[in-house]
Design a protein around this ligand. Structure first.
Ligand SMILES: Nc1ncnc2c1ncn2[C@@H]1O[C@H](COP(=O)(O)OP(=O)(O)OP(=O)(O)O)[C@@H](O)[C@H]1O
Ligand SMILES: [Mg+2]
Length: 323
């Protein structure tokens, strides 16, 4: 329930209003316990390693859509950039590794994100020297490197040797903590480059929600309840209802990206009928429009009165065997 959004009482809103409410859904972030734990870990890493003679590295990994970048950007926004005496202070420097990384492309990305107008100029050495000098001037306290799996060549699957060595050298010279983050296959970079591995001993994984134990069920339903309370409607959808929560879990496999996508589409669906809440019909129609190429045999759980979570997963598994 959200009092900021006026009741529609059956009146279909204009596109501007629909867009505003859809964007509102996109911006909702729920700090559920495991998410919060990783944020706290980053804070600890930042505070304990900054100023240390030998800052430690931290590696966070997890499958696509679990919220890694959301988490990192939330941390970055906690320490905003400030202009002091004409210099931009950048407490947290966030960047993504470009696809097919080379030392120069990674260096250039760092310089670009620090506001260097000549970010793509100079030799590799010259760029590295500039990075070290900017880090000092901009008082950078921690560097966050996202999409670390881009240090692996997407076709040959080989680790991009030069780029990963360049990152290792940077982590030696820069003297501030570095946090790297990526898909689970990023681990291959550490297996290949043992020296880099030693610098990132601490590894944390982000997992999807699960629905096996009572605690896991509570965590998932609390996430849905948090989401429900912030939805741009004057009335609650009761997403955390035990039966509906199971259906949402089946539809999304507990992946925050799919949960948000389903709710975003359902928001638009409900608004288009002038409704003041998301109904199970809206979830049913939206789920039909979301195509899950990894789950060709998924069934639509919404509006199914006999839905059973275990049976639904079993049925999907059996169907998969026949292909
Ligand atoms: N705690 C959260 N609360 C609300 N929504 C979330 C949360 N975590 C993730 N999401 C949603 O999931 C979507 C995907 O998250 P994000 O892009 O951070 O995933 P990722 O792990 O970085 O994926 P990739 O590896 O593909 O980059 C986000 O757009 C966001 O809407
Ligand atoms: Mg990401």
């Amino acid at each position: 329930m959200n009092e900021l959004f006026k009741p529609l009482k059956g009146k279909i809103p204009d596109v501007k209003e629909i867009k505003k409410r859809k964007e509102h859904v996109k911006s909702i972030i729920i700090q559920y316990p495991r998410y919060k734990k990783i944020l706290d870990k980053i804070e600890e890493h930042h505070q304990l390693s900054f100023g240390s003679v030998q800052p430690d590295g931290l590696f966070i990994y997890g499958e696509t859509g679990l919220g890694k970048s959301t988490l990192l950007k939330e941390y970055e926004s906690k320490y905003p950039r400030k202009i002091i005496d004409g210099f931009t202070k950048i407490p947290i420097l966030y960047l993504t590794v470009p696809v097919g990384a080379t030392p120069k492309s990674v260096a250039s990305k760092i310089l670009l994100n620090m506001g260097d107008p000549n970010y793509d100029r100079g030799t590799e050495n010259n760029m590295t020297v500039r990075i070290l000098s900017f880090v000092e001037k901009c008082e950078v306290e921690m560097i966050i490197v996202d999409e670390f799996q881009h240090l692996i060549d997407s076709e040959s699957k080989n680790v991009l040797n030069k780029a990963s060595n360049w990152v290792k050298n940077l982590s030696n010279e820069v003297r501030i903590p570095i946090l790297v983050c990526g898909m689970p296959e990023s681990n291959k970079v550490f297996v290949y480059n043992e020296q880099l591995d030693r610098r990132f001993c601490e590894k944390q994984s982000l997992q999807p929600f699960s629905y096996q134990s009572k605690e896991e069920e509570i965590e998932f339903r609390a996430f849905l309840n948090g989401l429900d309370k912030q939805l741009p409607f004057p009335e609650q959808a009761f997403l955390a209802d035990p039966v509906l929560a199971k259906k949402i879990f089946y539809a999304t496999k507990g992946n925050p990206f799919y949960i948000k996508k389903l709710i975003e589409e359902s928001t638009v669906q409900a608004l288009k009928s002038g409704s003041d809440l998301i109904s199970e019909d809206d979830l049913y129609i939206s789920f039909k429009s979301i195509s899950l190429s990894t789950r060709p045999f998924v069934i639509n759980p919404f509006n199914d009165e006999k839905f059973n979570l275990i049976d639904a997963f079993e049925k999907e598994k059996r169907m998969k065997k026949y292909i």
